[in-house]
Write a protein that binds this ligand. Sequence first.
Ligand code: ADP
Length: 769
Amino acid sequence: MNLLQEIDILRARIATLEEEVKKEKAIRRALFELLPEMVWAKDISGKFIDCNAELAKFHNHSREELINKTDFDLYDDDRANSYYVEELNIIKNNQSFKRKDFNDGDWAFQGKSPIVTEDGQVIGTVGFTRKITNEIRNIEKVEEQRNFQRMLMDLIPDPIYMKDKDGHYTKMNLSKAKLLGVNHPREAIGKTDRDFLGANKIIENRLRELEVQRSGNEIISETEKIIFENGQESWYSTSIVPVFDGNHHINGIVGISRDITTQQMFMQTLSRDRVLFERLMDNLPYFIYFKDENGYFTRINKALAIRLNLDSPDDVVGKTDSDFFSDDFSAESQQEEQQIFSKGIALIGKERKIDFPNGDFAWISMIKIPIPDDKGLFTSLVGMGIDITQRKMAEEKLILAKEKAEENERLKSAFLSNISHEVRTPMNGIIGFTNLLLAGELSREESEEYLKHIKDCGHSLLRLFEDIIDISLIESGQIVPHITAVDLNEIMDELLLTYKQVVHQLCPAIEIEYIGEPPAQKIFTDVFRLRQIMSNLLDNAVKFTQQGKITFGVKSLSPKSLCFWVKDTGIGISVNKQKEIFEGYGIFKGTEVGQKNTGLGLPISYKLAKLLGGKLTVESQKGIGSTFCFELPFQIVDKNDSFGNIGSYYYPKLQNKKLLIIEEDETNYIYFNSLLNNSPIEVRWVRNSFDATNIILNEKIDVLLLDNDLLTKNKAEVMHKIKTKFPHLSVIVRNDDCVEQQNCIEIQHAFIQTPVLKEELMSALEQVL
Ligand code: ADP
């Protein structure tokens, strides 16, 4: 090949190479410009041989201007020099580096590398710089936030944790770590509950977490109890929420538990206290209520609910006093409560009568105490009512008893002054006429007349004394009815006969008649007292009737009660007086002209009627007449009744009773036994007190009959001893000594006088049994 050919080949080759270099340059340029960083290439002397627009822009030059410049043209000498040395080292060592730099307030990421030819020659350097200030700041922020979060989590006393899908702890705070029994969260991360808890709790937790992961539903504030190994119990309020990944798939849970042990204990104590309070409220016998400042009940106890006719205490809410009580009562309460609220002073012990809705009433001692709210203002009150009805009633009774006692005292004085007058009048008559008779020189007729006056005065006195004795016996409770079988026809005929005589003598102008047939032939009653009552009624009828008719009789009011009535056409009794003629003694001493009255008859009859189990009533009209009725419950004497046939005595109290007669003398015993023959009481007899004690200890003896002589000197004491030792035993003593009699009565024994009569013995037995 000739030289020209070779030159052509070379030229062609150069052209190709140039073409390739061009291409390479173009690629490099395109690459440089494509990179977001500032990129450059330098020769070994540190001159820029290429750079991208980013770098040019940074240095405020065009790219062309930068070419052939060095760092000494762009930076201060120190910096330029440090770059120069750095690049020399790169060239020398053929090593590249990357690093983070902080210059001029900015962070940059830099990298420099040697440019190495194919034959291994280093001909320069390439480098890039990327500003990373923002990234660094962001990372710092994130880090800061993360630290803050961690700090916050650790500060929070509530255990907080995160778990992955399989139940491994991925995050937790210090509190949770402690709860699991480790010192630091990192000791628990990656582990599961299996590493820390008991089997039951593991299952319970896991099931709950799986449910949250499955359903995506949160569990909020669920109360759970945890028992630690040392036996300590704690309560937690736990919330569990699902955690989602970037694809909105659940990949775990976050849990937070709050220790509510103190709160729970407090609640338990509170609920115990509340139960205690409610039980106390409902079982106290007092009325307890709470009201707000507007007078509305907010709560009451059971005792009050019952009185207010409510089915349940809850029904009271929203009601006020006026829903239950009178307007006056409600108004008074309202006024009272307004004072309590405004002054904040309790009301204590006010007594008031309350009429309840069910018609009951009660005396209540009230306590009302204002209750302050959070701000110290009195906006509600608690009230308590104590039922003092019984005490009030007792007080009222006491007052009545006191008034009655005063009235009795007054009546007693009136009675005594009446009696002294009633005694003095006939006594004066007796003395006066006796003096006249003693003076002599009287005709026979005169003497007879004076003697008749003296006899009348004597009768009046006798009658008066009989009445006074009756009164004293009634008042001291010593009249004991002598119940016998009484033939009603017999007694009514006898009364008719007697009073026909009386009427004939005293006022022949009036008629007296016994009307009707008795409804029963024989009844059990006290014939003496029946006669006394009827005589008094008939006496009065005769006394207070000038003309017309007196009728009397007996009729039945009911199968069990009779009415012995006396009717007259006399002066009658005013309505006011009718109410009082039976009360007191002598207050209605006759004011009627020409009547000799003591005012004792009706009160005595009234008391006797009561004593026989009946009552005395009157119907009367002034000027027309009066009808008195002695109402008497009765028992007919049955023909087959043994008592009816045996001497007509009826002593129900003697049934099934046993009498022990202590009597040395057999004749005396036989006498007593004969008196008690046919009576229902069983009779035993011993001669001395020793035998008597044996019998009393072994048999059920109800009553003793003993002779005065059997008792030692201090009789009352002995009898007292008997009563103490054998409290069920009654004693009848035969005695004539009046002092002893009084002792007997005082210790509730009976006394009979010798010679003993059948009626007296029966009556003594009735008295003690
Ligand atoms: P005395 O008849 O001795 O006054 P009583 O107690 O028997 O006492 O009667 C009290 C009073 O009642 C009499 O004083 C009389 O005023 C009135 N009284 C009683 N019975 C009758 C009657 N049948 N008619 C009118 N007044 C009577």
